[in-house]
Write a protein of this length. Structure first.
Length: 238
C-alpha cells in the first residue's frame, strides 16, 4: 500500500511497484491509510510523512499501538537527524528522504519484504527460540521482551538490537555492527541512531538506567549485553 498525497509521486511509486509484480493500493491521507491497513493488512506500507488529516508519524504511532506489524517505509522531505530518529523510535522500519532514486526505493522495498517473509516463516516453523540473558528474555518469534517477568514494550529497532545482542551475550557489538542490524536506514542516519536506541532500551530494562548493569558500554568499542548476576558471590544462608 502507498500513502502519498502528491499524485505524481504516488503514480510514480505505483508504476515501479507494479512493474516488479506487486499489487498496489494508493491512498492520499493518513486516516485513509489507517483504514486500509486495518481492512486489507498489506504486506508493506510506503508512507509519506506530510499528509492531510493525519501525518505519517501519527499513522505509525497508531499502528504500533494497535500491535500491527506491517513493515513501514517512510518517505519525507525532512532530513534532520531528529526527524529521522523520531520516525524510527515510533516503529518505522526504514526511512528515505526526498528526492530519492526510484531504483533505491524498490531495493528498500525488496529488502523489507524479504525480512518480513523470513519473520513469518520463523513463526510457522520455529521451535523454542526464546533467548535468555539472566532475568532478561527475548522471544524473536513472538516479538516479546520481559525482564524479571515484567513485559517490556520495544520498538522494532530496539527489538532488533536487543535480539542480536541476546543471541550472543557478552559479545561486544560495535555501533557499526548494530547499525547493520537496522539494515537499510537512510544515509543521513548516523551512529547516534544506535546510541538513542541503547539509551531507550536502558530506560526499559535497567533498574537504574544511568548506572546500567545489563546493557553495558565498552568504551572505544561499543556495547554488550550481560547477566548482572554472573560472577556475583552467593549470599550466605541464614
Amino acid at each position: 500500500m502507498v500513502a502519498e498525497d502528491d499524485e505524481k509521486q504516488a503514480e510514480l511509486i505505483r508504476r515501479y511497484l507494479e512493474h516488479e509484480g506487486h499489487s498496489v493500493r494508493v491512498v492520499a491521507d493518513g486516516l485513509a491509510a489507517l483504514a486500509e491497513v486495518r481492512h486489507r493488512e498489506p504486506d508493506l506500507l510506503v508512507l509519506d510523512v506530510m499528509m492531510p488529516r493525519a501525518d505519517g508519524l501519527d499513522v505509525v504511532r497508531v499502528l504500533r499501538a494497535e500491535h500491527r506489524e506491517v513493515p513501514v517505509l517512510m518517505l519525507t522531505a525532512r532530513s534532520t537527524e531528529d526527524d529521522l530518529l523520531l520516525g524510527l523510535d515510533l516503529g518505522a522500519d526504514d526511512y528515505m528522504t526526498k528526492p530519492y532514486s526510484p531504483r533505491e526505493l524498490m531495493a528498500r522495498v525488496r529488502t523489507l519484504l524479504r525480512r518480513s517473509r523470513r519473520g513469518a516463516a520463523a513463526v510457522d516453523t520455529a521451535a523454542d527460540q526464546v533467548l535468555r540473558v539472566g532475568a532478561l528474555t527475548v522471544d524473536p518469534v513472538r516479538h516479546e521482551v520481559s525482564v524479571e517477568g515484567r513485559s517490556v514494550d520495544c520498538t522494532r529497532g530496539e527489538f532488533r538490537i536487543l535480539a542480536a545482542m541476546a543471541a550472543e551475550p557478552e559479545r561486544v557489538f560495535s555501533r557499526q555492527r548494530l547499525l547493520e542490524e537496522l539494515h537499510g536506514f537512510d544515509r543521513y542516519i548516523s551512529f547516534r541512531t544506535v546510541d538513542v536506541h541503547i539509551m531507550n532500551l536502558r530506560k526499559k530494562i535497567e533498574p537504574v538506567p544511568r548506572r546500567p548493569a545489563r546493557l553495558l558500554t565498552v568504551f572505544g568499542v561499543g556495547y554488550k549485553l550481560t547477566d548482572p548476576a554472573r560472577g556475583a558471590s552467593r549470599a550466605p544462608s541464614s
